[in-house]
Design a protein around this ligand. Structure first.
Ligand code: GLC
Length: 614
């Protein structure tokens, strides 16, 4: 059958700056034909591929769309550079196989259209956490408490394997944020407040994350953890705000994680929503182009954050131009991806975006696609045997154990005796959603106790008790039958600015719903009280801790949280965790941390690095 090849050539004359405006509409996007490409892409050099591309094809290569807003057919016809799943954006069949199928649908469409394969990106920030059934690891703040780089490598390797098993090429992890004020909703995505933690852990983690041909991303460049509270610029209270900071402090505190990540092989860096001294990072050419790409010679892809360029001054086309000209190579434009393609083309045509900048961006993108074998092996052959293996659950359980920080243990109430009757109290005793926190199945995580397979504290305690002739009681009215009360309180799941919290009290906006009732109920039992906190950061408990005999910070331990907590509370393992952030006494100490000039360990409730053991 005679193939009708409709080739619409958009011919753009560039003569000494005088250029025709070519407004690109959907029908005008040329679908390349075999005739346009002399040999298979996999055999072409980066330069040949780039030189063969029209301006509109180059523009499409620089844009990342969200899966919900672009079909495989559209991806093919536009030649989009990348597709992502935002937090919680999963295929209808949310199984590893369903993900692999979705991935192959996109890549097969690209192949059919003789298009450059896409990069598919996800946030696998503590396991392949959008996928039902994935092993969910402790969030970074808990991993910071472990101070164990070998463990981080093992975790990274498992995450890389799970992500690769579903075909995904690009992981928007790790966050190398150095949290300075724990009121920030992304505190738990940070390894801690001292750059020594990022220097200690990021390199191993990135080496693990890249083990199975997955791109790692250091984020969010730069100084996302340094923003001030109550900055109204972004609509949140501190997230995406402004960091008022000297260059010396910025480089001393917030740069080490990037150096570690780049040296370990991270081939992508995501720019921060936030600003530095009033300048939005997404238009900060000095730091992105001159410093990161120039001085540090970063050769990978700089990607914008989710519609972050919309916060820049001007109309959309001006925002796109500012962002691209600052040095961003890939625009994460989940919904306005078509307009973004047009904006780049128009920007070049009207002289606001130099074609050299576009060529640099596309060259970087194609070079990375070649490095990660996208042209040779664009499709994934799903093998479920590797996903969420028993071995990976053991590593997750070990990570939980090593992340726990013992902050009080009077009268040696810990370790618990295995034959002791335990009264388990509080909203956190039986909920894997609370154990996992944000970025777990949904962007904001889930409070539904049934959605995330794993082991809760109640389940793990019941397993120990039943093997030792003891009882686990959950009814406070039967407190007289118990030897000790274990109270589990903390924060409900949240992500990003939604988690910004100005007081961090047990009844504040991110607190679990019945913390205070449970605290009171535990006190009324007259039993020794061991409190376990499930939270993304310290909460203000200066008064309450007086009535607790023991206190353990468990952070956001993930799907294997119950098992790991039981292992240590029953004494099978000792505590080794150390605080990765300062624990404030009260709200006057928010933002006061180990980097503060006048840091005084005696002044705070528990200082950075504190942790007891048996
Ligand atoms: C979010 C986050 C970023 C994430 C991206 C894609 O807004 O800031 O960390 O990688 O969008 O989900």
């Amino acid at each position: 059958m005679k193939r009708f090849i409709i080739v619409i050539l958009v011919v753009i004359f560039i003569v000494s700056g005088c250029q025709k405006d070519a407004v690109i509409r959907e029908t005008e996007i040329p679908v390349p034909t075999a005739a346009l490409v002399s040999k298979p892409l996999s055999e072409q050099s980066v330069e040949e591929i780039v030189n063969n591309m029209s301006l509109v094809k180059k523009a499409a290569q620089m844009v990342q769309a969200e899966r919900k807003s672009i079909s495989p057919a559209e991806a093919r016809s536009y030649g989009i550079g990348s597709v992502l799943s935002g937090g919680g954006s999963h295929p209808a069949n949310n199984t590893p196989e369903g993900w692999a199928q979705m991935y192959n649908e996109y890549q097969s469409a690209m192949l059919k259209g003789n298009q450059i394969p896409i990069l598919y990106g996800v946030d696998a920030v503590h396991g392949h956490n959008n996928v039902h059934g994935a092993v969910i690891f402790p969030h970074n703040i808990g991993l910071g408490a472990t101070r164990n780089p070998e463990l981080l490598f093992e975790i990274g390797k498992i995450v890389s394997s799970d992500v690769a098993a579903t075909g995904i090429d690009w992981n928007f992890a790790p966050a190398v944020s150095v949290v300075q004020d724990i009121r920030w909703g992304r505190t738990y995505e940070s390894f801690g407040e001292h750059p020594e933690l990022q220097e200690l852990l990021i390199s191993s983690y990135v080496k693990g994350l890249t083990q199975f041909n997955v791109i790692a991303t250091a984020k969010h460049f730069i100084g996302d953890g340094a923003t001030r509270w109550d900055d109204k610029a972004s609509g949140y209270k501190i997230d995406q705000g402004d960091a008022v900071i000297s260059e010396e402090e910025l480089k001393r505190i917030h740069l080490p994680g990037y150096l570690a990540a780049i040296n370990a092989g991270a081939d992508s860096i995501m720019v921060s929503f936030s600003s530095i001294n009033g300048l939005k990072m997404h238009m900060n050419k000095a730091l992105i182009t001159d410093f990161l790409k120039g001085e540090l010679k970063f050769e990978g892809i700089v990607v914008s954050d989710w519609e972050a360029l919309h916060q820049l001054p001007g109309n959309f086309e001006q925002q796109v131009a500012s962002c691209v000209n600052a040095g961003v190579d890939m625009l994460m434009e989940p919904n306005m991806w078509k307009q973004a393609i047009t904006a780049i083309v128009n920007g070049v045509n009207n002289g606001t975006i130099p074609i050299e900048r576009v060529n640099d961006a596309v060259t970087r993108i194609i070079r990375i696609k070649k490095k990660y074998k996208l042209f040779e092996e664009p499709l994934v052959e799903f093998d479920g045997s590797k996903f969420a293996s028993e071995e990976s659950k053991k590593v997750a359980r070990q990570a939980v154990r090593e992340s726990l920080v013992l902050l009080k243990n009077e009268g040696k109430v810990l370790p618990l005796k295995k034959n002791a009757n335990i009264l388990l109290l509080g909203p956190g005793i039986n909920n894997t959603g609370y154990q996992c926190g944000g970025w777990s199945l949904e962007w904001q995580g889930t409070s539904d106790p049934s959605r995330i397979p794993g082991t809760t504290i109640l389940q793990a305690f019941e397993e120990v008790a039943s093997a030792n002739g003891a009882k686990i009681i959950t009814d406070p009215k039967q407190a007289d039958k118990a030897d000790v009360a274990v109270l589990v309180i903390g924060e409900k799941p949240y992500a990003e600015g939604v988690g910004d919290n100005g007081t961090l009290t047990l009844d504040s906006n991110t607190a679990m719903e019945s913390n205070l009732d449970a605290v009171r109920a535990a006190a009324q039992t007259g039993l020794p009280v061991v409190t376990v906190m499930l939270a993304g950061r310290p909460m203000i408990i200066t008064d309450e801790i007086e009535n607790w005999d023991a206190f353990v910070m468990a952070w956001l331990p993930g799907s294997e949280g119950g098992a790991g907590i039981a292992d240590v509370l029953y004494g099978d393992y000792n505590f080794t965790g150390k605080l990765p952030v300062t624990w404030p006494k009260d709200s006057s100490q928010f933002g006061y941390n180990v980097n503060s000039i006048d840091y005084n360990e005696e002044a705070v409730l528990f200082p950075y690095g504190f942790g007891l053991s048996y």
